[in-house]
Design a protein around this ligand. Structure first.
Ligand code: 4AD
Ligand code: MG
Length: 430
């Protein structure tokens, strides 16, 4: 008998197969037990008929509890009435472990309860689909950069210096010194780009942000490309190509998952060239027209980003933010120093900023001056300044947040479901 996975079940119609998994749900009438079995690749109805199995197997099926681990054998049949279109007519059931008092019942639970049971919550069909989409999304992004012949260069997690401002650092000890968890691999990426031309890093990043919004996590994954001899516009072109590549492939490869999540994919199907590009000034005008009390120099929060993106049917770039709003490394526009060569990409449907990036300062003196203004400890950044001493060149890059991107693709209400074990303000369990 063949060991198979549920995702391949359609290939075995009429054959005897063996499945290893868990009991997700059960319905019974006097003579039949309908076991819904899951094996990590899918869910399948397994029908146990009294007259067709031994009395022991029928009794065991009656006794099985939610999430008990089992091995089930039977014949695969097409069954249009079953979810997925197939079922197993069971010949044998073997119990591996009987699960008692499983806490997550198949009814609505509060989100706090579910988050406290995240280690079990991920077994449900919806969470399964989200995690599978996440895995596909990451694979697709890696493929994109590999096809464009970028080199993956891992940046360190433990760092002596900050990249995105000193207010959101998680501090830890590095023996007798202070160290921080990385907020972004960008600074190391810049060194790597000067060595290898086109590079990207992809890893967890950390921000001690006292923000309790549906878009903020304390630990999130970011993919960050960095390119030597790219200006701001080259950077936006690359980001646009990347997003279109991602969406086209996820629509093909994530069909089953998007369907499970009930995602209306018509919005995703519209994602194509060209993405609208507006300046920060134009964005301010849009907001004023929409009745926002906003002034030049103000940063955009979730509501502002949503209002801007509502004007467009696909992702929109906002570029040339005021220099004072952006990080120390952002290059000022040579034609107007008050503006920076920065760009964010805002996702449609109210998902806000999914990409942040821009062109970096390549002049040593200007970078030094900006670092002094920001009170950065120059000693810790000497290596970074070296990059402007030895073969400096125009260069640009950006960071894409995986969780926000996935929240948009899957149209989820909150980023907490897009990462296996979310780190939220006031929550680090489980
Ligand atoms: O705009 P950010 O802060 O940019 C940087 O970190 C640059 N150093 C990246 C670069 O140029 N290499 O963050 C980039 C993206 C955001 O657009 C967002 O998608 C995500 O990272 N992000 C978060 N996602 C979840 N929770 C948070 N607290 C996030 N902060 C940023
Ligand atoms: Mg940003």
């Amino acid at each position: 008998m063949k060991d198979v996975y549920i995702e391949d079940i359609s290939k075995y119609v009429g054959e005897e197969v063996r499945l290893k998994g868990w009991l997700y749900n059960k319905r019974s009438s006097g003579k039949i037990h309908f076991l819904i079995v899951r094996d990590g690749t899918g869910f399948l109805q397994a029908t146990v008929i009294r007259n067709e199995v031994s009395p022991e197997v029928f009794e065991l099926s009656d006794k099985l509890t939610q999430e008990s681990s089992i091995i089930v054998e039977g014949t695969v049949r097409e069954e249009p009435r079953a979810k997925g279109g197939y079922e197993l007519t069971v010949s044998n059931v073997e119990l591996i472990q009987l699960a008692e008092d499983y806490p997550i019942k198949l009814k609505e639970h509060g989100v706090d309860f579910l988050l406290s049971n995240r280690h079990l919550w991920i077994r449900t069909p919806r969470q399964n689909a989200i995690l599978r989409l996440r895995s596909k999304l990451i694979n697709i992004i890696r493929n994109f950069f590999d096809e464009k012949r970028f080199t993956l260069v891992d940046s360190p997690i433990l760092t002596p210096a900050s990249c995105e401002g000193t207010t959101t650092l998680f501090e830890t000890k590095y023996f007798d010194k202070a160290a921080y968890l990385s907020q972004s691999g960008q600074l190391y990426n810049e060194a790597a780009a000067m060595a290898l031309g086109k590079v990207y890093c992809f890893g967890p990043t950390f921000r001690a942000e006292k923000s309790k919004t549906r878009r903020h996590l304390m630990e999130f994954w970011m993919v960050e490309p960095e390119m030597a001899f790219y200006d701001l516009y080259d950077m936006m072109d690359l980001a646009e190509d990347m997003i279109i590549y991602i969406i086209k492939r996820i629509l093909k490869e994530g069909k089953k998952e998007l369907k499970e999540l009930g995602r209306d994919i018509s919005v995703l199907e519209k994602v194509d060239h060209p993405f609208p590009r507006i300046t920060y000034d134009e964005a301010i005008d849009i907001l004023k027209k929409k009745g926002f009390d906003i002034h030049w120099g103000d940063d955009f929060g979730g509501d502002e980003e949503t209002a801007i993106s509502e004007e467009f049917d696909r992702p929109v770039f906002v570029h040339h933010y005021p220099s004072e709003m952006k990080a120390f490394y952002m290059k000022p526009d040579p034609e107007n120093e008050k503006l920076s060569l920065s760009a964010d990409l805002l996702a449609p449907e109210g998902y806000g900023e999914i990409i942040g990036g821009g062109q970096r300062i390549d002049d040593y003196d200007l970078l030094y001056k900006r670092m002094v203004e920001e009170n950065l400890p120059i000693e810790d950044y000497k290596w970074y300044l070296d990059l402007r001493k030895y073969g400096s060149c125009p260069h640009s890059g950006y960071g894409l947040g995986i969780e926000r991107t996935l929240a948009w693709i899957a149209k989820l209400p909150h980023v907490r479901e897009t990462i296996p074990f979310p780190r939220l303000l006031y929550r680090i369990y489980p």
